[in-house]
Design a binder for this molecule. Structure first.
Ligand SMILES: C[S@@+](CC[C@H](N)C(=O)[O-])C[C@H]1O[C@@H](n2cnc3c(N)ncnc32)[C@H](O)[C@@H]1O
Length: 335
């Protein structure tokens, strides 16, 4: 059976390519540790480097939370059963009208792919409600669907818009998320990070917030919509649902204040922060929301701070180029 890996997905700001930089810095600065909290976890790429530790993952988006359960929850699951469902979903499923065809036909996906996505997502939910699959199996199947649809979405990687008049494929192929073995009793959360840190302790807390005003709930509204499957009304050309409850403060002018409260509430030996250096270089939308000075001042109030950097190719929209973009890691040894 076709399998898929955690990095087989397009996601703004995902750190998969930066893992050597991040893991080497953490190894040299923090030494041995037992628990790792990835509290803006996104795809979970950084956590995937620490599956031998106890993990705490969190993200505001339910779609990411489901993927974290699929990759990191130690709940037992029946792999043969999951494979059977995936085989069925990859078979010839008759066309039907459903929430997806009514709202998204010939936008991000063809009409026939919309039919398939709607059918599969509904089927997974029914099987779960009938207790035929458990939480981990449900998460694995939804993750398989989300990764499969990302491969063929008519976008440049996010769902702010779809490409007009681009050819749409009718082929949606699902693959089995390659399970991690020997997982610890990990904890996955789906809440505002500022609330979460009041309740957890970890040896290392890794922080990778959004850098600029681009809300992840805007960029991934359709992935989130399919993951939640509450079938809300959608609006405008981009067919977005209401996203009030999943907007991040870290994309607004109150980001420095939110960051400062977050750091204050963290209980850890080390705090490691990823942030890039685009502040004041790009346009207003891509400008970093927290300045270097604010990051340093905030972290220094918690302990001793060292900064490390690595050059990388930035995301651009074509309107502006940032070839000298640098990703930084701030490592704070807490007092
Ligand atoms: C830069 S991305 C993280 C990328 C991740 N390190 C990876 O490798 O995929 C930032 C993430 O923070 C999440 N986020 C934004 N604000 C949040 C908040 N207040 N609480 C929890 N998660 C939040 C976003 O949904 C997004 O997935």
């Amino acid at each position: 059976m076709l399998t898929t890996k955690i990095n087989n997905r397009r996601y703004l700001g995902n750190k998969y390519r930066l893992l050597p930089f991040i893991t080497e810095t953490i190894a040299s600065e923090c030494g041995n540790f037992d628990t790792f909290a990835d509290i803006f976890a996104g795809t979970g790429a950084v956590s995937s480097a620490y599956v031998d530790k106890k993990l705490i993952t969190n993200d505001l988006l339910y779609s990411n939370y489901l993927c974290h359960i699929a990759w990191f929850s130690d709940e037992t699951f029946d792999e043969a059963k999951v494979k059977k469902y995936i085989e069925f979903f990859n078979s010839n499923i008759p066309y039907e009208e459903n929430y997806m065809t009514k709202n998204f036909s010939d936008t991000y996906f063809s009409r026939s792919v919309c039919s398939k996505i709607g059918f599969i997502r509904e089927y997974i939910e029914k099987e779960f409600n009938l207790k035929k699959i458990n939480t981990k199996e449900r998460a694995l199947l939804i993750t398989s669907l989300l990764y499969g649809l990302d491969k063929i979405a008519n976008t440049c990687g996010h769902y702010d818009a779809y490409r007009k008049n681009a050819p749409l494929t009718d082929e949606l192929i699902l693959a089995l998320p390659e399970p991690n073995t020997h997982l610890k009793h990990n904890e996955c959360y789906n809440c505002d990070t500022n609330e979460l840190v009041k309740k957890i302790y970890a040896d290392i807390v890794y922080i990778d917030p959004p850098y600029n005003s681009r809300q992840y709930s805007d960029a991934y509204h359709l992935v989130e919509n399919i993951a939640r499957w509450e079938k809300p009304a959608v609006f405008g050309v981009a067919r977005k649902m209401d996203r009030k409850t999943i907007k991040s403060k870290y994309c607004t002018h109150s980001a420095p204040e939110a960051f400062s409260r977050l750091i204050k509430d963290i209980k850890a030996k080390y705090i490691v922060v990823s942030y890039n250096n685009m502040a004041q270089k790009g346009n207003e939308r891509s400008n970093a929301r927290i300045s270097d000075k604010e990051i340093l001042n905030t972290l220094q109030s918690k302990g001793t701070v060292k900064t490390f950097s690595e050059k990388l190719k930035a995301f651009t929209t074509g309107k502006s180029e940032h070839l000298d973009n640098e990703e930084r890691l701030f490592v704070c040894k807490c007092n």
